[in-house]
Ligand binder design. Structure first.
Ligand code: BG6
Length: 457
């Protein structure tokens, strides 16, 4: 890996504290960051580098699995802070000089991995002002990469504008649109499940699959992020990215090879064939009183959509996606319900394959077996694969994997522009103004279109 400065915009925010710094520290401990390396945190707060370091230390203790004071001591020496108002022009020439000083001090040779972890409304300004003040100084040896958090835009139009601004400063191969669900082991395992097993692929179609339900349920609410969340809601915050990414890997055609662009081509081909049938939005009771949320808000904290995919493989199989906050439990899973047996010999339940994304990661298959005894009675049993029982240690956190990939220049698990655009085209068709109220701790509004959600275990 070339020497590099990791520049985090939004360095005092939640994401940096909970995820980015613990992940970078973990990579540092494993020797998986560039040997010559420094971090510059950029944010609006007035604070010194020392204050910044100690605030990060407190969060690393809280959010990293194993905290070692000795490695923190070495790691923290690489961290610096620069105050920038994001939108104030004057800060950019100064920031450029600051980075050059860091290059001289550490030998990072002008290479940057820039990470936009601010509120999304600052993205465009940061990009425009970096361009105006020549913060990206290309020479033939320098490497630049930009990692940009989701949501990428608020609809197709704003996403297209943002993409144009980005493309004026960076090449597509330097842009890493992050969706941290793609860094989750269980989401990556979908590739192995489908394409490394003869037993699943032949039944992965509407001849055998009756319907698919994808749930990403959270028990937490907006947790102090009301100011951001109220402008987006569950559909833009979760369906547009995480859930459609899961669906596209679940349902895509096999790629020619296991390679970034080949996979993305198939994902896009799938995304462009998804049609919206119906949807249902909800808002948890009490959301309107959360800090940062507008009075009388119509923002949805629950979103469920029914889709179908217009391809020969999926003709006739409905796909249901739902996500929400303040639901009964944190549980993300894909439930694949198979069709009834072709031989009508027994009155039994249909087979179900559950891919449990988090927590209690694993896969289980419900099928029918004869109950021991003199009568011929059939009962439902299951085969279980528990991820943690088999692979108990060293499973990297999603952000750890993705930060490592950004430094290694591997874009496989990042979204290409046409994936993002196709997802917005679909989501733009949802009228997000009429959520129904649901109780906190419930499973959200009652089902729609006569379907029954399978309650996560
Ligand atoms: C983020 C959303 O992308 O994902 C949050 O902005 C959500 O609203 C979070 O809580 C869920 O991520 P995870 O990894 O905890 O399932």
């Amino acid at each position: 890996m070339p020497p590099s400065v990791f520049v985090i915009f939004g360095a005092t925010g939640d994401l940096t504290h909970r995820k980015l710094i613990p992940a970078a520290l973990s990579l540092f401990e494993k020797g998986r960051l560039p040997e010559i390396f420094a971090i510059v945190g950029v944010a609006r707060k007035d604070m010194t580098t020392e204050e910044f370091r100690s605030s990060l230390e407190a969060s690393a203790k809280q959010f990293k699995k194993h905290f070692s004071a000795a490695s923190w001591k070495r790691f923290s020496q690489l961290i610096h802070y620069f105050k920038n108002d994001f939108d104030t022009e004057g800060s950019y020439p100064e920031m450029k000089l600051f980075m050059e000083k860091i290059d001289q001090e550490y030998g990072t040779a002008g290479n940057r991995v820039l990470y936009l972890a601010t509120m999304p409304r600052h993205f465009e300004n940061i990009i425009n002002l970096m361009k105006r003040y020549d913060c990206i100084k290309r020479t033939k040896d320098r490497t630049y990469r930009i990692v940009i958090e989701k949501p990428f835009g608020t609809d197709l139009k704003s996403a297209t504008d943002l993409n144009e601004k980005l493309s004026a400063l960076f090449h597509e191969k330097e842009i890493f649109r992050i969706d941290h669900y793609l860094g989750k082991e269980t989401v990556q395992n979908l590739f192995a499940l489908r394409f490394a097993n003869r037993i699943f692929e032949p039944v992965w179609n509407s001849k055998h699959i009756d319907n698919v339900q994808i749930t990403v349920a959270e028990s937490l609410g907006v947790e102090g992020r009301g100011g951001y969340y109220d402008g987006y809601g569950a559909t833009k915050d979760m369906i547009q990215n995480h859930l459609l990414q899961i669906l596209s890997i679940f349902a895509m055609e096999p790629p020619k090879e296991f390679e970034s662009e080949a996979i993305k081509d198939k994902k896009v081909a799938l995304l462009t064939k998804i049609k919206l049938d119906s949807y249902q939005l909800g808002q948890y009771n009490g959301y309107a009183q959360e800090p940062g949320v507008a009075p009388g808000t119509k923002t949805e904290t629950y979103s469920a959509v029914k889709l179908h995919i217009d391809t020969p493989r999926w003709k006739g199989t409905p796909f249901y996606l739902r996500t929400g906050k303040k639901l009964a439990r944190k549980a993300s899973e894909i439930v694949v319900r198979f069709k009834d047996c072709e031989y009508n010999l027994f009155d039994v339940k249909s087979n179900v394959l559950v891919i449990r994304l988090q927590p209690d990661e694993g896969i289980y298959l419900r099928f029918n077996a004869k109950e021991p005894g003199t009568d011929f009675k059939i009962t439902e049993v299951s085969m279980d694969f528990c991820h943690e029982c088999l692979f108990p240690i060293n499973t990297p956190e999603a952000y750890e994997k993705l930060i490592f990939d950004a430094f290694s220049n591997d874009r496989s698990l990042f979204s290409r522009w046409d994936e993002v655009a196709s997802a917005w085209k679909l989501v733009d068709r949802i009228d997000k103004s009429k959520p129904v109220i649901y109780e906190q701790g419930s499973w959200g509004p009652p089902s729609f279109d006569d379907m029954t959600w399978r309650e996560p275990l």
